[in-house]
Design a protein around this ligand. Sequence first.
Ligand code: TPU
Ligand code: MG
Length: 580
Amino acid sequence: MIEGFFVRSRSMHMSYTVGTYLAERLSQIGLKHHFAVAGDYNLVLLDQLLKNPSCEQVYCCNELNCGFAAEGYARANGAAAAVVTFNVGAFSALNAVGGANAENLPVILISGSPNSNDYGSGHILHHTIGIPDYDYQLEIAKKLTCAAVSITSAHDAPEKIDHVIRTALREKKPGYIEIACNVAGQPCAVPGPISAVIGHVSSDPATLQAAIAAVAAFVDAHEKPAVLIGSKTRASEAEAASIKFADALGCVVATMGAAKSFFPEDHPSYVGTFWGSASSPGVREIFDWTDSIIAIAPIFNDYSTEGWTAWPKGPNVALLDKDVVKVSDRSFDNIALSDVLEGLVAYYAEKPKKDATVVEFGRIHSTSDRIDADIAYEVAETKLTRADIQSAVQGLVTPETTIFAETGDSWFNVMRMKLPRGARVELEMQWGHIGWSVPATFGYAVGSPERRHILMVGDGSFQLTAQEVAQMTRRKLPVIIFLINNAGYTIEVEIHDGPYNNIKNWDYAAVVEAFNAQDGKGRGLRVTTSAELAEAVNVAVANTEGPTLIECVIPRDDCTSELISWGRHVASANARPPAQ
Ligand code: TPU
Ligand code: MG
């Protein structure tokens, strides 16, 4: 009787535990799913999370994949969460957390952790390295996230959870929460309004005005500006403002490799990818011709600058980053990129267009370029080529399509795609973990079931994370996978070859069939001619109840010309001798 009364009165007041508090916050920030792998340090927490029906639990085959699934989900949905067990699980997931950091995605890693009584007790616990010191996972997580907390008491759990989620959303970086296994089910405070967690920080008004004036002065002082869109534009929430800025300025706009699809390709100012010798036709030349570059949220690393050979820097480059502007030896911080761009839009609204680069691009850019030639896709009983695969993918792209492209020649193939407005490309060029794309596509597809999902992945990369195709099968996700079987690590072959670039061949199509077991509807098809590829694409489109993997067999050196030239530049940068 007394117990029944107690339960009723608690539910009338919407009682919370640490776990249900966390679930409430995850669902309030828009997560309809979280990803998980079970382990005894997190089982009570998983029970608590299951109590919230608006944030479904989705399982992965291992914790690396769980982290990458969350990373992919964050790409579709703005944020994500992955729940794992202590050390043995979390250490694998931390690799993906490093990736989320590099890729500017707010992924919350949640780890079950030891019973609070075991901290400081001298007890040795399973799954640990065998010392009675349990803070080393937290210390590692601190290096890889923007906020990391350990919860060993329900008392301070709410503010710790809110701190991590708030910081991750603001910084667009991963966060980390570990919860002692005996604390996850403990009663805790009721959540306050979610605005405390998701509220935006305003730009500093004086700095904003000064930054806008400095960029305007920079642009006014030049005749032939060009805009370069970088991969942090999405994390900066500045995609829409960049389009308005391009409209107002009227000069050419190129995207960096990692920012493919972050600017509409049907926009009159859009010229293609800027990536040194791997640029779209005419783009490198127009960037050579320009007298100034406005770089929006770029990441200039050895890969994106083609071994430091195509690195826009110096006094003719204005850098407009997520919350910092650097122009003409001045620096302004604590300002939102979209506010800066909106201010510039207002400034240029009544001014003549700075369209010299658009006019010149029209002169130097020939329409009979390589990309159009590649799109002529001939269905024939001829040996399959890389160009056939590129054309087949291109033929599937709709405004509702997202293409994931794995590290390897898939990067350069996808650069050649012509995207209708709405189509998206997802790349992991800063972290560059081969195998990322399989679980990330899975997570993305869970978060955006209304879209068409295409994955281009090499044979070498696929071997790292292949088992996550089984989760696509489990959830009946109709992902179309183009697996490029070129018998090895061709991207590495083009950088530096050796026996380590050869891999054991698999029957990839059969692997997917094996994942079906009794109930799956995945399809695996192996193609060696363009006619077989065309047939397989039809099968893939018709299969709406599971993934379809098309194993595309091509020769080892049948790669894009961009990979060859990019590989040569990267090899030169790697081979620089030590400075004297
Ligand atoms: O198209 P292709 O043949 O270049 O792609 P594939 O077959 O997926 O080969 C990728 C080869 C590759 C390696 C081995 N790309 N980068 N790496 C180095 C590497 C090793 N381990 C991890 C986790 N990530 C890496 N990028
Ligand atoms: Mg390969």
